[in-house]
Design a protein around this ligand. Structure first.
Ligand code: HEM
Length: 405
């Protein structure tokens, strides 16, 4: 790293601290960085620091150029500062170059419109059922009862988890995502993670013997770089889909409902105009930005907005800031279901653009359509909690009362 910050940084916060993202409103901080220090060097205690990129145009420039800014060592701040992602070079999101292109083209068929049709049906069905049950009871925790369930159902459908196994897989995946490494829930999470990996190992073996019309079969039957994937690569990429598509979509759904509950005029508009289901889903994606950042490593000395970046530097791209960039979005801090155009970067951009973007969009559209059909009003009834994380940000609980239509 070379070069000094452009201006004195008065309101610095430790972006590494997971609780900062859960407890503080960083809107003003991001605005300051975009304006005064858009490519900012962040100290990281004893460890080497990292770059913080906050403007829309700069995020785009970096994620488009995977030769200079590689994902091969990881794509999250935490793992990049610790060294290397354990899946590096083998799991889609942390590969680059030929292997990434080959693996992505193998998987892309599983996300084509024809392949997604049954998944979309199952999303619509699950959303309808879960929401109606919640409405009948008058309300409850929207995260646990709806937002956590729909994305997992969708991933099970996509991967080809048989119906009979789903309750157990849903339970294990839910447990695997909970807790801090050091506490009891963290211990249980690790046990659940092992069990779920074992489950996918067995499912992959079954699909090797008898391929079906699902993503696991694509992984076990396909070749990348003229060779089949190893068992470990199959497993890591199943896991990539589960972690990539579960929590992120859950946070978009929950954050979307909270935004609607706290912006009465937008709720009224949505109820009056079915056309807002599509543009509204995009605005929810921008507003919630569940993946707050992605990370890259510099492969050769380079320059970004006048700052000198050195080979080996960690660069973090904060979509949570880019999605509020006043150079791109009119009134960026306004939640507007009719916003057009809406060039949000919630799914990233370039070679690693989210493979599940269409699926996630269907999940949010299904929620909006079902809210229109079923719910007259929504009210937040208790404290809303946020996940402590600098990577995946949003709500862990959302107690609501729902009045039927
Ligand atoms: C990639 C966000 C839903 C699977 C990404 C990336 C982002 C992202 C930002 C780019 C990562 C990078 O550049 O390093 C989200 C958000 C979602 C969502 C916010 C929900 C609102 C899903 C779903 C799935 C999925 C539902 C699949 C079931 C993937 C995969 C990649 C990816 C496989 C890696 C693509 C590649 O490296 O070529 N996602 N995602 N995501 N996402 Fe998503």
């Amino acid at each position: 790293m070379t070069g000094e910050p452009a201006t004195v940084d008065a309101g610095a916060v430790d972006l590494l601290d997971p609780y900062v993202h859960a407890t503080r409103d960083l809107t003003g901080r991001w605005r300051w960085l975009r304006r005064h220090d858009p490519v900012h060097w962040h100290q990281a205690g004893a460890a080497k620091g990292f770059w913080v990129v906050t403007r829309h145009a700069d995020v785009l420039r970096v994620v488009r150029d995977s030769d200079t800014f590689t994902s091969m060592r990881g794509n999250m701040l935490g793992t990049l500062l610790r060294g290397r992602d354990p899946g590096a070079g083998r799991m889609l999101v942390v590969t680059d170059g030929r292997f990434h292109t080959g693996l992505r083209s193998l998987l892309v068929g599983g996300f084509a419109p024809r392949a997604l049709r049954p998944v979309t049906h199952s999303i619509t069905r699950a959303t309808r059922e879960l929401l109606r049950r919640l409405v009948e009871r008058g309300g409850g925790d929207f995260v646990a009862e709806v937002a956590a369930q729909v994305p997992l159902q969708a991933i099970c459908e996509l991967l080809g988890v048989p119906e009979v196994d789903r309750p157990r897989v849903l339970e294990l995946t839910g447990a695997a995502m909970l807790g801090e490494p050091a506490d009891q829930a963290g211990m249980e999470a690790r046990i659940a993670q092992s069990e779920i990996l074992l489950y996918y190992t067995r499912l992959a073996a079954a699909r090797r013997d008898a391929p079906a019309d699902d993503v696991i079969s694509l992984l076990v039957a396909g070749t990348v770089d003229d060779r089949p994937l190893t068992d470990e690569e199959v497993l890591l990429n199943c896991y990539n889909l589960v972690i990539g598509g579960d929590e992120t979509a859950r946070l978009a759904l929950a954050g979307g409902l909270l935004a609607l509950a706290t912006h009465d005029e937008q709720w009224v508009r949505l109820m009056a105009d079915p056309a807002l289901v599509h543009s509204g889903a995009e605005e929810i994606l921008r507003w919630t930005t569940p993946a707050a950042h992605v990370g890259r490593t510099v492969t050769a000395d380079t320059e970004l907005r006048g700052r000198a970046l050195s080979e080996g530097d960690v660069v973090t791209l904060w979509m949570v800031s880019a999605n509020r960039d006043e150079d791109v979005f009119a009134a960026p801090d306004t939640f507007d279901l009719a916003r057009q155009p809406n060039r949000h970067l919630t799914f990233g951009y370039g070679p690693h653009f989210c493979l599940g973007a269409q699926l996630a969009r269907e999940e949010i559209r299904a929620l909006l359509a079902e809210l229109r059909a079923t719910v007259r009003s929504v009210e937040v009834t208790g404290p809303v909690r946020r996940l402590p994380s600098n990577f995946i940000t949003g709500l862990s609980t959302l107690p609501v009362a729902l009045t039927p239509r």
